[in-house]
Design a protein around this ligand. Structure first.
Ligand code: GAR
Length: 219
């Protein structure tokens, strides 16, 4: 069974979706720990309630990003994590960290990458007049929000949507479905990142990200 660690900074709704999928027998992995860079992140309570070990590694306790990331790796290696899942983790990671965990490091981003990398994606979708919005699960590389995509869920933006509604729709209709599915594919060996950056799904290269239509029953 692969060992999964999750990095969070806040609410932990994606973390909860992963734990729930695991409870329902859909995610064959061991959750070895949850790290937050913030004290009191609500997601820590979700982890504790599920009996998953928690740790806080405060970014403010370190002189620079390199030292913070080294402390993260130390904790993740103490847990012997095979996979590291970023779930609302709001710190930019150093190339040393992303290289160390390459091919074993996943992120979920609230936009249809490559559109709207970075923050405030929902507002930017509205400002740009985008007709579609969604979320992307991708392998993390040193290029912020630029690593190879695995799955994207999309929906049509309606005239009534404000940024808050878009955030809710992204979470409820997309993120909590695609992230557990992507992690399940990774830990079961269905999905792999090749050294040159190609994503292989069941032995064939992915030419485009998987979609909501590819979700298996239960997700
Ligand atoms: C999610 O929408 C996630 O995609 C986003 O933060 C939210 C975290 O919610 N992540 C990023 O913006 C990463 N740059 P959660 O803590 O309730 O899962």
């Amino acid at each position: 069974m692969k060992r999964v660690a999750v990095l969070i900074s806040g609410e932990g709704r994606n973390l909860q979706a992963l734990l729930d999928a695991h409870d329902r027998g859909l995610l064959p992995a061991t959750f070895v720990g949850v790290v937050s860079n913030r004290d009191g992140a609500p997601g820590l309570r979700r982890a504790a309630a599920a009996g998953v070990p928690v740790a806080v590694v405060r970014h403010g306790d370190f002189p620079d990003r390199e030292a913070f990331d080294a402390a993260l790796t130390l904790q993740l290696e103490a847990w012997r994590a095979d996979w590291v899942v970023l779930a609302g983790f709001m710190r930019v990671l150093t190339p040393a960290f992303t290289t160390h965990w390459q091919g074993r490091l996943l992120n979920i981003h609230p936009s249809l990458l490559p559109r709207h990398r970075g923050l405030q994606t929902h507002q930017r979708v509205l400002q740009a007049g985008d007709r579609e919005h969604g979320a992307t699960v991708h392998f993390v590389s040193a290029d912020l929000d630029g690593g190879p995509a695995i799955i994207q869920g999309r929906f049509t933006v309606s005239a009534e949507d404000d940024a808050q509604q878009l955030a809710q729709r992204v979470m409820k209709d997309v993120e909590v479905h695609i992230y557990p599915q992507a992690v399940a594919w990774c830990v079961s060996g269905d999905l792999q990142l090749m050294p040159e950056g190609t994503v292989m799904f069941r032995g064939a290269p992915l030419s485009a990200p998987l979609t909501l239509a590819d979700l298996e029953p239960g997700f």
